[in-house]
Design a binder for this molecule. Structure first.
Ligand code: CO
Length: 295
């Protein structure tokens, strides 16, 4: 009898001590000071001019969030491997998120520098969700919308890009944007929406994609209908990488330039990524501010 009472008493004391300890650590957690972080995520590039465009975006983010810890992550494993072989630092979103979590960031906003809500954007959303509710992890984590997330975004990006096309375009000259596209993903339809927006702004502004619809042949029907003889080619891609340099402006027989040549349409590439256009970076920045505001 006495023995069991004694054991019961010890048990109650241990339980009390444990509860007390639990409450103390909860109190400690409440006292943790907020530390903001921003993770910039892009596909990545091995082209130096593209990397410079990323630097420009980073400078604007730093100016808007001077207190935040800012880090980069690249979603393309191929690009990361090539950069690491060259001795350039390159990290995956998973690794960068873990490192920021470990360094004590409590409130994290992720800026997706992807153009549409395609496969890579969805992969990133999944990764970010994986970091929700980890022990000693981020208290809050939010991801921004991709660039083209509303009709207004499409209009602003279209206007921003057309502002960087050669100013004096003659009656038989037009602009053709090159989107990436992916015919297997529902987000591909944003490019058809962009074709509509472009047309509402300018009769001779068109879009086609490399891997989705509208493709070059689709766009050429409209180009012909407008009697266009020359097109300025502009990549609707974050940076002017391999697609812009080779698939759009390259000399290979299947490049857009060569295919247009064969159809009697002259072309001139404007080799800059949209991350080089302030009007477009402004849209990304607003999406980041919205995500940060939700923290
Ligand atoms: Co591609």
């Amino acid at each position: 009898m006495h023995k069991s009472l004694f054991i019961g008493l010890i048990g109650a004391l241990v339980l009390f001590a444990w509860c007390d300890g639990g409450m103390a650590s909860a109190k400690e957690e409440r006292e943790i000071v907020r530390k903001d972080g921003i993770l910039l995520v892009a596909f990545g590039t091995t082209v130096p001019q593209g990397a410079k465009a990323y630097d420009g975006v980073e400078a604007k983010v730093r100016a808007a969030f001077p207190e935040a810890q800012i880090q980069w992550a690249l979603t393309s494993k191929t690009v990361r491997t090539k950069l690491i072989q060259r001795g350039t630092q390159a990290e995956s979103p998973e690794s960068a998120l873990a490192r920021m979590m470990e360094s004590g960031v409590t409130h994290l906003a992720v800026l997706s520098l992807h153009v549409s809500a395609g496969q890579e954007y969805h992969d990133l959303v999944r990764t970010v969700h994986g970091f929700h509710g980890m022990a000693d992890g981020f208290q809050r984590i939010e991801i921004s919308r991709p660039l083209l997330a509303s009709y207004e975004d499409l209009e602003r990006v279209a206007k921003g890009m057309l502002a960087h096309a050669p100013k004096k375009r003659g009656g038989a000259e037009g602009v053709l944007l090159m989107g990436h596209g992916n015919s297997d993903h529902p987000a591909d339809t944003v490019y058809a929406a962009m074709a509509y927006v472009l047309r509402s702004l300018e009769a001779r502004a068109f879009i086609a994609t490399v891997e989705g619809r509208p493709n070059l042949d689709d766009a050429l029907r409209d180009v012909r209908a407008q009697g266009v003889k020359k097109l300025y080619l502009m990549p609707l891609m974050t940076i002017a990488g391999v697609h812009a340099r080779d698939d759009m402006a390259g000399d290979e027989p299947d490049s857009w330039k060569s295919r247009l040549d064969k159809k009697g349409i002259a072309s001139e590439p404007v080799l800059a990524g949209i991350a080089e256009y302030p009007e477009v970076v402004e849209v990304w920045l607003e999406h980041l501010k919205a995500a940060h505001g939700r923290l």
